[in-house]
Ligand binder design. Structure first.
Ligand code: PAF
Length: 294
């Protein structure tokens, strides 16, 4: 049988070329879908492209390892970069265009403007990585302005990021609809992440305590447990009892404000982050009848 290999989408590197590629589709009335990424793509990213395609959008995937969201001593230098591999992965997913700008295209000399969402970024990832979200919102706002999408697709795996971006869109009246897509998991349950490649076989085995602790919380919640104290204690205990794993945080939070709750009465989330070896991993589970993720 003759199997045709799908052609990778074209790649543009400048804002001018991005706008020139998008404009004709916009004029035809086709919505524009944006999937912002830092590359090192996996099936989780492909699911965002699929969601954009399902929305009937001309789908632009941005690939840019954004330096401003990495703190000193974080993994910016070792973050995996392989544009050819990423482009090949995007072909079957149906992306229409890749925007892979150079650093100077995004941050020209003299760049000194930042976008910052306050309060929502104080806790959790924001506490562990104090300048991280300012870098994320600055680059996401820029990418929105560059591509002017109708829809933007983010993964639920980075729950706080999606909440922060949604708030920025609301607060600044940005004309884009943010859609958050479910976590995609490896067969063993680990949430797909570009950082999973850093894990040794042993670290990976230990890291599985994260999805399994969250599954346990979901099961307790499904069985009727509504005390956040009981659920977060179970989440924490399960992770802390795994040797070689360092718990960063584990909590039950309101899904919109990300503040800790005492009882689950509104849509909430179990969130956790841990360190295994030199790698930091995050995961979460949405708790609420409309939020069953597994
Ligand atoms: O989630 C990511 O990969 C990044 O934080 C994003 C949204 C592409 C901004 O650099």
């Amino acid at each position: 049988m003759n199997q045709t290999v799908p052609t990778p989408p074209p790649i543009v590197h400048t804002v001018a070329d991005l706008r020139a590629a998008v404009a004709p589709r916009r004029h035809q009335g086709v919505p524009i879908g944006l999937v912002p990424t830092m590359g090192a793509l996996h099936a989780g990213h492909a699911s965002l492209v699929t969601a954009s395609q399902a929305a009937g959008a001309f789908t632009v995937v941005t690939i840019f390892v954004n330096p401003t969201q990495f703190g000193p001593g974080e993994d910016f230098a070792r973050y995996p970069r392989n544009l050819a591999r990423d482009a090949a992965l995007l072909a079957p997913a149906g992306a229409d265009l890749i925007f892979a700008p150079a650093t100077e295209e995004v941050y020209p000399p003299g760049f000194c403007t930042r976008a910052e969402v306050e309060s929502l970024t104080r806790h959790w990832e924001g506490a562990a990585r104090p300048t991280h979200f300012r870098g994320v919102t600055t680059v996401v706002l820029k990418l929105f302005n560059m591509a002017q999408p109708d829809f933007a697709f983010f993964g639920q795996k980075d729950l706080q990021q999606s909440v922060v971006v949604r708030r920025m869109v609301r607060d600044l009246d940005l004309p884009v609809e943010v859609r958050v897509c479910p976590i995609v998991r490896e067969p063993d349950g680990l949430a797909m992440s570009s950082r999973n490649v850093f894990l040794s076989a042993d670290e990976r085995r230990r890291a599985l305590c994260l999805p399994s602790a969250l599954r346990d919380v979901e099961e307790r919640f499904a069985a009727g447990e509504r005390s956040a104290a009981i659920l977060s204690a179970a989440l924490r205990a399960r992770i802390e009892s795994t040797p070689g794993v360092q718990l960063d945080y584990a909590a039950i939070v309101d899904a919109e404000t990300l503040e800790e709750v005492s009882a689950i009465a509104a849509p909430s989330a179990a969130i956790a982050a841990l360190r295994v070896g030199a790698t930091r991993l995050l995961d979460n589970a949405l708790l609420g009848p409309e939020f069953r993720s597994r």
